[in-house]
Design a protein. Structure first.
Lengths: 292, 332
């Protein structure tokens, strides 16, 4: 039973990381209406950006995380401006847009490989003793990741419901043409969505790297399907669904590690993904009705 | 035999195999519009099942399933069937009523998972080491010199390839192929004309996967080994790139594409000197170019080098002047 409680603890942390990542992906998907298959590489790139701040500039890991996230947000905006927006404006059909993001993932992962090399990297941070909260063992860093995730979720909620920006993004996600007709600057909203998406990916990438204690150029890409599973579980392109999906998937994969080979625990997310697609493809909480 | 002959025979062999793969992907994406981003997984399925069924019971220190000791042709068929079955399972999950995003998402996930499972489950296919020492098919009967055998095997692969070429073109020109292209252009319209779009897309999916499986089986017979390093995701990009560069839904274009991208480009960069201390740079640079090429083709020449020759239909010109549209609203 102790093992079970421990795995619940891990599950909450994985869910925190996953919620950051899944919400970021869902925001962009909702606004632009196509998935970004290079999103896993956004996580990787964010983690390496933070490494730049952390090991080159010798900054504290949390400051580095913020720096990495901002830099990643900027990178996402640049990629949108130089690649994805022109592709959309050229009238590329949907499958081709997906191929563009798919090709982008290959470019990004190999850029990271060429820049930082294939070695496994670690952040410079003080060793932390794990302490017990009830039956669960955690470190201060893990608590901080949880706090960060909760804060980010609340911030996203306020952004989407209380600000003009968030309302405009939701309007676009519901009906792009109508949003345009209402005088919403859809180009600017798309840029904002890409920035948030990239920044969330950066946060998630660094959090994932802290959580798993090391990272390499392929680690984000390998995590991508878990993020997609969380997002689809909640309903495509719905940030709230993504939050809930993240909790379910995070807990399930960590608890399943008690029963199966822990190297394969992430693959449980795939099983859930398949199950969801068979039983309830619109997701558990399909708020925006994004299915055609 | 002259080493240059062997080298060229090897290149020709891989060209043939890439042709088969590109045609398979062409049936899926080119004809039907299915986004299969895990194409290499079906290749691997064919390769692994063929190898594991050609090999006898696992020797000490190795572990894998099957181990039938079957003849090569039977094993190849098994590999092709397994690849097709995997395509069928995938289709059952995503082709029924979901939009295309899901197929792309699930195939990308499948690529990661398959790699994970095969690498970590040693019981399945001997994990990272993979399957080794697959005997050259039928050389125990033929007793040929390795060099001569290589040329003979390449020729045999060429014969298989011709058969696949025939099948791929036959599908394209058949009423079924026409229905597939209609589905590609608009699935709802094809459905409205009474085409059973689910069954047809499923068939295209499975046939494409069988092509991949046969290609995998042929490669295993040639190099005698398969391990996870031989089918990482960048291989999928290579096949996609070859197909799109050559020309979507044009099988002759695929032949050109798989000559240019996987054979000429990769071979030309294979012998570049390594940058001292950074052996990964060449590999990374090559993949960056492949990715950039993929994006560039899609953006600037989506029809490829040899575009599909779409059939034109003669339209009877209208005698009377068409009525001026009066009540139309321009939305954009």
């Amino acid at each position: 039973l102790t093992v079970f409680w421990l795995s619940i603890g891990f599950g909450v942390i994985t869910a925190s990381v996953l919620s950051l990542a899944a919400v970021g992906l869902a925001l962009q998907y909702g606004v632009t209406n196509y998935p970004n298959f290079a999103y896993g590489e956004f996580l990787t790139l964010g983690a390496y950006y933070a490494l730049l701040f952390n090991s080159v500039l010798h900054l504290n890991i949390w400051v580095s995380m913020l720096g990495g996230a901002l830099l990643m947000g900027a990178t996402a905006v640049v990629l949108n401006v130089i690649l994805l927006r022109p592709a959309e404006k050229m009238g590329l059909s949907r499958p081709y847009l997906l191929i563009v993001t798919f090709g982008l993932s290959l470019i990004l992962v190999n850029t990271v490989l060429a820049t930082w090399g294939p070695e496994t990297q670690v952040y410079v941070m003080p060793f932390q003793e794990a302490f017990a909260i009830g039956p669960v063992l955690v470190t201060v860093n893990q608590l901080a990741i949880m706090g960060l995730a909760v804060t980010a979720m609340i911030a996203i909620h306020i952004l989407l419901t209380r600000t003009k920006l968030g309302k405009a993004m939701r309007a676009m996600s519901n009906n792009r043409v109508l949003a345009l007709a209402c005088g919403i600057n859809t180009d600017r909203m798309t840029t904002v969505a890409w920035f948030f998406s990239g920044a969330m990916a950066g946060l998630a990438g660094v959090a994932l790297a802290i959580d798993t204690s090391s990272f390499s150029p392929t680690f984000g890409g390998q995590f991508l399907f878990v993020i997609f599973a969380a997002m689809i579980l909640g309903g495509l392109g719905s940030p709230y669904g993504a939050m809930l999906g993240a909790v379910v998937i995070g807990l399930t994969i960590e608890v399943s590690a008690v029963f199966i080979n822990s190297a394969l625990k992430d693959d449980v997310a795939f099983a859930i993904l398949v199950l969801i697609l068979l039983v309830r493809p619109q997701g558990l909480f399909n708020l925006a009705g994004r299915i055609s | 035999m002259d080493p240059i002959v062997l080298y060229i025979a090897t290149l020709v062999f891989f060209w043939f195999v890439y042709n088969i793969q590109t045609w398979g992907l062409n049936i899926q994406f080119g004809y039907t519009g299915l986004l299969d981003f895990a194409y290499i997984v079906f290749f691997a399925a064919g390769a692994y099942f063929t190898a594991a069924s050609v090999l006898g019971a696992p020797p000490i220190g190795m572990s894998y399933i099957l181990g039938f000791g079957w003849p090569f042709v039977a094993s190849l068929l098994l590999g092709a069937v397994v690849a097709g079955l995997m395509g069928l399972l995938l289709g059952l999950v995503v082709l029924r009523r979901l939009r295309m995003d899901y197929l792309a998402i699930v195939t990308i996930s499948l690529g990661t998972i398959a790699y994970d499972v095969v690498s970590n489950e040693a019981q399945l296919f001997n994990s990272y080491t993979g399957l080794l020492n697959v005997p050259p098919p039928y050389n125990d009967v033929l007793q040929l010199d390795p060099g001569v055998y290589l040329v003979v095997y390449t020729a045999a692969t060429g014969a298989v390839m011709l058969a696949m070429w025939f099948v791929a073109n036959r599908i394209y020109n058949s009423p079924f192929g026409r229905a597939l292209r209609a589905i590609r252009e608009d699935v709802d319209v094809a459905g409205a004309y009474g085409k059973h779009t689910y069954v047809m897309r499923m068939t295209a999916m499975v046939v494409g996967c069988v092509f991949a499986g046969i290609a995998g089986a042929l490669v295993v017979g040639f190099i005698g080994a398969i391990n996870p390093a031989g089918w990482n995701t960048s291989e999928t990009f290579l096949v996609w790139c070859a197909m799109l560069v050559g020309g979507r839904a044009n099988n002759l274009g695929s032949v050109v594409g798989s000559l240019l991208v996987p054979v000429v480009f990769i071979e030309a960069t294979r012998y570049l000197p390594d940058i001292p201390g950074h052996p990964e740079l060449i590999l990374a640079g090559r993949n960056i170019i492949i990715g950039a090429l993929l994006i560039a083709v899609v953006m600037f020449r989506p029809a490829g080098l040899l575009p599909e020759r779409k059939r034109r239909f003669y339209e009877i010109p209208l005698r009377t002047k068409p009525m001026e549209a009066t009540s139309s609203v321009n939305i954009d």
